[in-house]
Design a binder for this molecule. Structure first.
Ligand SMILES: [Zn+2]
Length: 149
């Protein structure tokens, strides 16, 4: 193998791993990348409801397991090309909005204990709940405390 041929082979190996869709044009050595990794979307199926979201959105809250590939991999279904979670879709919808906007509002139908266990699963602190929705949520907390007395 000539040095030039070896050099271009090495370049190909280095590129193909981190950059999906990267290609070197042999005569010019020009690199072209076809995959737009920045706008890559992934499909979630949460309790039967389908959500499509930017992968970058999921990384918005680094403390959430959703920002970690090792967590996501456990839920990947290669036969469906999606991630399946047997969780409450209504609360996930609120969590996803929180990832997009930085504000956590709750849907009115979901009961406090469900919200709490879903937020725990998605790694979102309940203290992130906005004031407007916190009132209802904290009502549940105080009712629960009263019942336990
Ligand atoms: Zn609200």
């Amino acid at each position: 193998m000539s040095n030039t041929a070896k050099a271009s082979k090495d370049k190909r190996d280095i590129l193909s791993d981190p950059l999906h869709g990267a290609r070197i044009d042999e005569p010019t050595n020009k690199v072209t990348v076809h995959a737009d990794t920045k706008n890559e979307t992934i499909i979630f199926n949460v309790g039967g409801t389908r959500f499509e979201t930017y992968k970058s959105t999921l990384r918005a809250i680094p403390s959430s397991p959703l920002s970690k590939d090792s967590f996501l991999e456990k839920y990947y279904r290669p036969d469906h090309l999606d991630y399946f979670f047997y969780r409450d879709p209504a609360v996930y919808h609120c969590v996803l909005n929180f990832f997009c906007t930085g504000e956590l509002h709750l849907s009115s139908e979901t009961c406090g204990p469900v919200v709490k266990s879903e937020l725990d699963f998605w790694g979102v602190n309940e203290l992130e709940i906005e004031e407007c929705c916190w009132h209802k949520y904290s009502n549940w907390l105080s009712t629960l405390q009263a019942l336990r007395k």
